[in-house]
Design a protein around this ligand. Structure first.
Ligand code: FEO
Ligand code: CA
Ligand code: CA
Ligand code: CA
Length: 593
């Protein structure tokens, strides 16, 4: 699918990219055009809203042509002793990030097209955003751009998403930390709110701070990715810029002039996505979010205020309790509150001998900026890289993909994360005790242990050759409780060694009632399948193919020998591009039925 307003030839200038669909499509939702309910309304006309997780610079710039660049490399040049980047290339990359909102309509011939609409919009790494919740206005987020700590610019590395019951879109900042650098010789003297998240000590992921921007123009929008304390105080530099990332961002797709809001009560970590329990009139809103990094955690937020459809809005996300999950080996689980002043989350050491290295917190904002440290402190269960979650709308049971975790050691194995050097991943699920989503107890089990035929299990049986998969990532449960599973085998091992038996990344469907699990589709070379939603009538499904072309070697990229090696969808001598795929049944009908 392409936008007729943005049919540029690649490569794009920075300005053109700001008007075009972004790179590396990920989580997405189809909002029916009526604009009242995220799952009810038109099945032929709506706003498709999608994340753009990251960029592959070699496919974006004229200067890359002929260079032997890897999938993560970017063009640079040397100015005297200094490595620099061309500012407009950096702008193209910043504008390739973020979120796209595009009106899509089914045409008379059945095809779908993007159509012009005043709501079509790009949100990028430069879009002004408001900070809400307990961190708003605190010293953690005061910068030269926003001395009162209420605003920041942009959202980056938006992986999966969420859909609120009040018909807005949530985009989740995942691997944002690597976009920053701070204290170049060693990360050891970084503040804990940088170090615990992996802010880099050397060159940042794309070197955006190296841009050769005209000092008279918007130089600080680029320089802010170097978070070194170069000014006299925090309001004279960008030492706190990384603290304005790692959040869930709310966007109202039906209000093109609205300012996106970073909702800080949902915690700061490598947010994969957000999933809600179905709302109940007069009860709290409950949602779940995973931190996709090795040995990180799964969280739940319960709003302080009850949900009423007539008055519901983003304010419900600004007060409540953030919990982190503890999975006991006996199949029970507990939600541990990350509430400042309760339990171990205290401003002073509470155990003897702890004075020298106390993980102490001075406020709820401190707990939230340092969510990972707070979760460490309360003794949550470290997980095998939590990716997407999904809630069965009919049973309220919650499912989460745990994609893999090769860092788990023999000593760290537990019942929920049962394999050391976990190369294959699993899908875990739980039911809240008494089916009360706001409670603090649950019962869990492993739904599918992914992997090859000799190291997997589903419904008491190993997966067969038509079912095997690994590295589950995308997950969605449709209105009939069908479970849609998408895989993300890393491009570094795809079709290599023990991973070769799984082939390319794929999508499976599972019927939880008759325990049927079947491969639904297999994607092209190099990509992952990610993002899935249907229209309300379930007769049209949208999925994303992300990063085709990632397995093209630097040598092949440099020589231009890319044909047939993963340059989907255009083939020939064209560069690969992420794209949205529309799926319908030949005779019509519910997808998966
Ligand atoms: Fe961006 Fe955890 O996948
Ligand atoms: Ca993902
Ligand atoms: Ca990926
Ligand atoms: Ca992944």
């Amino acid at each position: 699918m392409s936008n007729p307003a943005i049919l540029y030839q690649l490569p794009l200038t920075g300005e053109q990219q700001g008007d075009a669909i972004g790179s590396h499509h990920d989580g997405m939702h189809f909002f029916p055009m009526e604009g009242t309910d995220p799952y009810e309304g038109s099945s032929t006309d709506g706003l498709l809203v999608m994340n753009h997780e990251y960029v592959e610079p070699r496919y974006m710039h004229i200067a890359a042509i002929g260079q032997e660049l890897s999938r993560s490399a970017f063009p640079t040049y040397v100015d005297g002793e200094t490595v620099r980047r061309v500012a407009d290339e950096v702008l193209t990359e910043m504008n390739g990030h973020g979120v796209s909102i595009v009106r899509v309509q089914q045409q008379v011939n059945g095809d779908w097209a993007v159509v012009a609409d005043s709501r079509n919009r790009r949100v990028t790494a430069l879009t002004p955003m408001e900070i809400r919740g307990p961190v708003r206005g605190t010293d953690f987020v005061k910068t030269k751009y926003s001395p009162d700590g209420t605003m920041t610019r942009g959202t980056i590395n938006n992986c999966a998403h969420g859909v609120t019951p009040w018909n807005t879109y949530l985009t989740c900042e995942e691997n944002w930390a690597g976009y920053f650098r701070n204290r170049d010789n060693s990360g050891d003297d970084q503040p804990r709110e940088h170090q615990r998240y992996g802010v880099r000590a050397g060159v940042s992921r794309y070197g955006w701070d190296l841009a050769d921007v005209d000092p008279e123009s918007n130089q600080e929008a680029y320089a802010r990715f170097n978070a070194a304390p170069v000014g006299a105080s925090a309001t004279e530099d960008y030492r706190n810029e990384p603290n304005t990332f790692g959040w869930v961002v709310e966007i109202d797709p039906f209000s093109p002039e609205s300012t996106p809001v970073k909702r800080t009560y949902l915690g700061r970590f490598a947010h994969e996505g957000v999933v809600f329990q179905p709302p109940v009139e007069g009860q709290p809103i409950v949602l779940y979010s995973g931190d996709d990094a090795r040995n990180e955690y799964i969280y739940k937020f319960v709003s302080a205020q009850p949900y009423f459809r007539a008055t519901a809005g983003g304010h419900l996300l600004d007060s409540g309790t953030l919990y982190v999950a503890k999975f006991n080996d006996d199949g029970t689980g507990e939600w541990l509150p990350l509430a400042w002043g309760q339990g171990l989350l205290q401003p002073q050491p509470i155990n003897q001998g702890e004075e020298s290295d106390c993980t102490c917190f001075q406020s709820q904002a401190d707990v939230l900026v340092n969510t990972r440290l707070a979760a460490d402190r309360v003794g949550a269960t470290t997980m095998d890289r939590p990716e997407w979650g999904a809630v069965d709308p009919n049973t309220r049971r919650v499912y989460f993909t745990l994609t893999n975790n090769t860092a788990r050691t023999e000593d760290q194995v537990d019942a929920a994360n049962p394999r050391p050097n976990n190369r294959w991943g699993q899908i875990i699920r739980w039911q809240e005790a008494g089916n009360d989503p706001a409670g603090t107890a649950f019962e869990w089990d492993i739904f599918i242990l992914a992997g090859p035929m000799d190291d997997s299990e589903f419904n008491g049986q190993p997966l067969d050759e038509d079912q095997i998969f690994n590295s589950p990532d995308g997950l969605w449960i449709d209105f009939d409780s069908r479970i849609w599973i998408q895989t993300d085998i890393s491009e570094s091992v795809m079709n290599v060694g023990d991973w070769a038996q799984f082939g390319n990344n794929q999508m499976l469907a599972c019927d939880p009632f008759n325990k049927e699990l079947r491969r639904f589709l297999t994607g092209p070379l190099g990509q992952e399948i990610t993002g899935v939603i249907t229209t309300p009538d379930q007769q049209t499904m949208f999925i994303n193919v992300q990063h085709p072309g990632a397995t093209i070697s630097p040598a092949d990229f440099g020589s231009g020998a890319i044909a047939g090696k993963g340059n989907w969808p255009l083939g020939g001598s064209n560069y690969a591009r992420s794209a949205t795929v529309v799926i319908t049944k030949d005779e019509g009908g519910v997808i998966g039925s």
